[in-house]
Design a protein around this ligand. Sequence first.
Ligand code: SF4
Length: 234
Amino acid sequence: AGLHTLEAGVSVCRACPRLVRWREDVAHAKRASFAGEPYWGRPIPGFGAEHPAILVVGLAPAANGANRTGRIFTGDRSGDWLFASLHRVGLANQATSVHAADGLELPETRLVAAVRCAPPLNKPTPQERDTCAPWLDREVALVADTVRVVVALGSFGWDAALRTYRRAGYGVPVPKPRFGHGAEAFLAAPGGAAGDGVTLLGCYHPSQQNTFTGRLTETMLDEVLGRAAALARM
Ligand code: SF4
């Protein structure tokens, strides 16, 4: 039961016709540089610790990244940045994530996507976002006992995390906390003792759009993930 049942369930989901078509079309056509490789072409489950202290919420799988390798953030440029940083701050056993059987371990951290199928232009519609939200809700519920810190990659991940935790009964500050790199918000657990809850951290998404332009540097990424590690161990 639990996370494994969830993984099995999500990996055969076909609830969004446009995304099903796109993930399968890309898997069929293949990028020239991966022409000889199999493509996963399905929804991407969460990956990492089963009892995580840190939950990282991304946007959606990359068409030729996770949609190819079957593991979140694996085999694309965003993942190159993310895993190198997780390794530098002591949250990953290796700095690279190339394919799904490369031995990568995240002992304290779990990675999830707010939308689990690769969308055209990396842009899910609001309807697709809402259709996929129950998968995130279920995953968050399954790891709620141990998660202390949630790192949201980009404003899409930030808003998805706030909506999911609000649905789960957590206290979300009013007015709604604004996304920014290094932004922090405390979400109090429902019926919990004082200090019980999760800290939400905002982090620019390590997409090429941000890393190529210098909007996000390695140091900036390390600062937020290092802060997450420190909070998780407090
Ligand atoms: Fe299912 Fe989510 Fe993929 Fe839509 S995006 S088909 S809800 S897994």
